[in-house]
Design a protein around this ligand. Structure first.
Ligand code: PHE
Ligand code: FE
Length: 287
């Protein structure tokens, strides 16, 4: 969410938005989208929450080529009043929160190159649009994202952005959800990554722990590799209700005095679904 500069780059508006410039995408760019899309869509069948696949359908994202934001936004606005806006990359926290609070999702417009096909540091259009946008067509998740934006502006005034960011990380980016058919993925950071989709759902290494607001806000996360713990919600309704019906101000105040949990810790109060072996992380350390 952070960028070095505090001012928008030349050519960007005060809200950091730029034109998508859809005509500038090359044949190779579109082919990259199609390749990633096909691979993920096939793999996510039976692994992702059904609302995600419904979103792909509602937004007609199964058409070939990088989506054009104008056409995408017509469908998205009709579904939930959200829209996607193009930004040059990561934007300052307040700018990001303000967009979400107004039902605008800021998305990178560039697409990864073949060398970055399986791993990249900065979110590209495939992560931002394929990963995040389908669930914005779901009314409950759409409301959660807006509430998060408002909560972000509020957290900023209380010096609590770092704590609140953990909630985004462990839900919007790396969340798992329990469904009648079993455990499913919904976090954008997982669903846009082939390898982590398998890892998060099927690997015995990571912990899978029941959602708990306070617990999550105490938990560090890693940005360099697969997560060591995932948190599991029961439903989007639960996520929305628990976050909007809780005043975070006293929570932030408590957290100042409480130590952080490490990325692999199981706490005594945890509702543990999987006690991870952490074999993957341990092997990585030895390398
Ligand atoms: N209830 C939170 C607060 O009091 C706002 C919020 C809602 C934050 C939903 C995140 C998600 O600040
Ligand atoms: Fe993301």
């Amino acid at each position: 969410m952070e960028m070095d500069a505090e001012n928008p780059p030349i050519g960007a508006g005060a809200d950091w938005t730029i034109m998508q410039g859809w005509d500038a995408y090359s044949e190779d760019d579109h082919a990259m989208w199609d390749r990633l899309f096909e691979r993920q869509a096939a793999m996510l069948e039976g692994r992702v929450v059904p609302e995600f696949l419904q979103g792909l359908g509602i937004l007609r994202m199964d058409r070939p080529g990088i989506p054009e934001f104008g056409a995408l936004n017509e469908r998205l606005r009709a579904a939930t009043g959200w829209e996607v806006v193009a930004v040059p990359g990561l934007v300052p926290d307040r700018v990001f929160f303000d967009h979400l609070a107004n039902r605008r999702f800021p998305a990178g417009r560039f697409i990864r190159t073949p060398a970055q096909e399986d791993y990249l540091q900065e979110p590209d259009i495939f992560h931002d649009v394929f990963g995040h946008v389908p669930l914005l067509a779901n009314p409950v998740f759409a409301d959660y994202m807006q509430a998060y934006g408002r909560g972000g502006l509020r957290a900023d005034g209380m010096g609590a952005i770092a704590k609140l960011a953990r909630l985004y990380w462990y839900t919007v980016e790396f969340g798992l959800i329990q469904t009648d058919a079993g455990l499913r993925l919904y976090g954008a950071g997982i669903v846009s990554s082939n390898a982590e989709s398998h890892f998060a759902l099927e690997d015995p290494s990571p912990n899978r722990i029941g959602f708990d607001l306070r617990r999550i806000m105490r938990t560090r996360y890693r940005i360099d590799d697969f997560q060591q713990s995932y948190f599991v919600i029961d439903s989007f309704e639960q996520l929305l209700a628990q976050t909007t019906q809780t005043d975070f101000a006293p929570l932030y105040a408590d957290l100042v005095a409480l130590p952080d949990y490490d990325t692999d810790t199981i706490a005594p109060e945890d509702r543990v679904l999987t006690r991870g072996t952490q074999a993957y992380a341990r092997q990585k350390e030895e390398e």
